[in-house]
Structures are given as C-alpha cells and as structure tokens.
Design a protein around this ligand. Structure first.
Ligand code: NAI
Ligand code: BGC
Length: 271
C-alpha cells in the first residue's frame, strides 16, 4: 500500500479488460478514485462490473471504503474522447492526479500486405491516443500549476523488433520516445511520465495464442524466468509509478517481462 495514493484520482483508458482492469482494481484497492474507460458497447458490462466490484470494497477496510469508480465510454483516438475522460474525473471526483494510457490494439500482417487503414488505426489508438490523453492531462496540470503523473503502456516491443507486427512496434517505439520527451519537457513542473513495458502477459490480447498449448509453450520458452506474466505484475508496477515512492523516476521504461527483453538466447552463456 502507498499512503499518498489514498483519495487521488486516476483516469485509466481501456480499463474494462486485461491490464487496464487490473491497474484500475489495484488503484481502487489503494483507496483511489478511478475513471474506468471502456470503448465499445461490448465492453460496457465489464466496465460496470468493475464499478460494482469497487462498491463492495468497503468490506476490505477503511482505506478501501474511500475507493470510487465511474465507467465512461470514450474512444481515446479522438479529442472528444479524452476530453470526456478528463471531464468525468473533474466533475465526478473534483481532481485529476494520474493518467494511464493503457488502451491498445494489435494486428498481425506481413508488412508488404499491411493495409494503410490497419496501420492508421494502430497508430491512432496506440500512439495518437497516448498523445491525446497525455496532452489533456498535462494541459490541466499546467493550468493549475499542479504536479501530475502519466503512465504509458508501451511494451517490450518498444525495444524488440517483431516481424509481422510492424505497425504495433512502430506505435510502441513512438510511445517510448513521446514519453521520454514529455518527461523532459515537464520535469521542472513536477509532472512525471513513465512507460511500463510489459512482456507476454495473460490478457485478452494474447488469449487466442495462449489457448494453444504449443504457442503458449513457445512464448514461455522466450522468457528467461520461464513464466507467462500475470496482470498483477503490471498492476503493482503501475501503483508504484503512481505513488510518491517513485517521485525521482521520470522518462523511464519499467520492463515487467521476466527478462524477455534481455536477449533470452544468451541465457546459457553461449554466443
Ligand atoms: P486488452 O485487449 O485486454 O486491452 C486493451 C483495451 O483497450 C481493451 O479493453 C479495448 O477495448 C481497449 N481499446 C481498444 N481501442 C480503444 C479505443 N479506441 N479507445 C479506448 N479503448 C480502446 O489487452 P491488454 O493486454 O490488457 O493491453 C493493454 C495494453 O498493454 C495495450 O496497450 C497493449 O499493447 C499493452 N501490452 C500488453 C501486453 C500483454 O502481453 N498483454 C504486453 C505489452 C504491452
Ligand atoms: C503483445 C503481446 C506479446 C508480448 C510479447 C506485447 O506487446 O501485446 O501480444 O505476447 O508483447 O511479445
């Protein structure tokens, strides 16, 4: 638990499922207030279930009884979407402290067959969405001369090239450089920006792959710690990055990947 997080307000994008939902739950367990963003009607129920879960948290303790959540539909790739999320934080909870750009998509194409529309969509959600969310939060903090914290979900693929996922890797490499740039630009205002760079984590984005035992084993063999990651690994990193415990950390990519980004083929000392 991080004492300073109690009562702080966060926006978490794409929070109906996977890592976003895990981060939102972790923040709520800290006694934070969370805007739970979901995109499509298909995700509405999951977002509302998360809000209902938060309403039952009071049984967990005094701190958790302060947790509040609201589900808000928005597309992060358009300005009105992120404005709606900011407004929901300010109107429902009266402040904004943390913004997590988590929403993301992934499609696989050989690069010479990658349609422009698929490239554009990937960049729009993963990179433009991260820019729009960050800009909206920073604008608010600059106006109020307040500190703030941005957490962007990049990936091990901000560093590791990934054939047939060129649009995805380009978007995540972009998220990394964008994050470092805003970290530098706003450090003297007390605004921090960091990435979490997860490896292979058990979420819907990987569900199809991990349902196939052979594909799952292959991915696992690429992870030095020999385990697929869990949502809680990433949620714990997000809570630390949101808290004052990390207040000297900015422009950093925190790899939560069981060593996946460490050139796993070298694990036995060959080469
Ligand atoms: P997920 O598919 O469960 O989550 C993505 C969420 O983003 C979904 O809830 C989806 O509805 C939402 N979303 C998509 N387009 C949106 C839009 N236009 N506006 C608002 N929300 C939108 O998958 P997961 O794994 O939870 O992914 C979360 C983030 O973590 C993504 O950015 C992904 O690239 C990143 N990541 C995931 C890894 C993994 O192994 N699961 C590893 C590295 C990075
Ligand atoms: C992707 C996952 C993949 C992981 C490791 C993530 O960015 O979203 O699908 O398993 O990287 O390759």
């Amino acid at each position: 638990m991080y004492p300073d997080l109690l009562g702080k307000v966060a926006v978490v994008t794409g929070a109906a499922t996977g890592l976003g939902a895990g981060i939102a739950r972790r923040f709520l367990e800290e006694g934070m207030c969370v805007v739970v963003n979901y995109h499509s009607d298909a995700r509405r129920q999951a977002a509302e279930d998360l809000v209902a879960w938060s309403e039952n948290l009071s049984a967990a303790g005094e701190r958790q009884s302060k947790a509040r959540a609201v589900a808000v539909q928005a597309d992060v790739s358009v300005e009105e979407g992120v404005f709606a999320l900011r407004d929901a934080a300010l109107e429902t909870f009266g402040r904004l402290d943390v913004w997590v750009n988590n929403a993301g998509i992934e499609v696989r194409y050989k690069t010479h067959e990658l349609p422009l529309e698929a490239w554009d969509k990937m960049i729009a959600v993963n990179l433009t969405g991260t820019f729009l969310g960050s800009r909206t939060a920073i604008e608010h903090w600059v106006e109020l001369e307040k500190p703030g914290c941005i957490i962007n979900l990049s990936s091990v693929h901000e560093r590791i090239p990934w054939p047939t996922f060129a649009a995805y890797t380009a978007s995540k490499g972009g998220v990394k450089m964008f994050t470092q740039t805003i970290a530098l630009e706003y450090a003297d205002r007390g605004i921090r920006a960091n990435c979490i760079a997860p490896g292979a984590i058990e979420t819907p984005i990987n569900a199809e792959k991990f349902d196939d035992p052979k594909a799952r084993a292959l991915t696992q063999s690429m992870i030095p710690s020999d385990a697929i990651g869990q949502v809680s690994h990433v949620a714990d990193a997000a809570a630390w990055l949101a808290s004052e415990q990390s207040d000297y950390v900015t422009g950093h990519s925190l790899f939560v990947d069981g060593g996946m980004s460490l050139y796993a083929d070298f694990q036995r000392g060959d080469g």
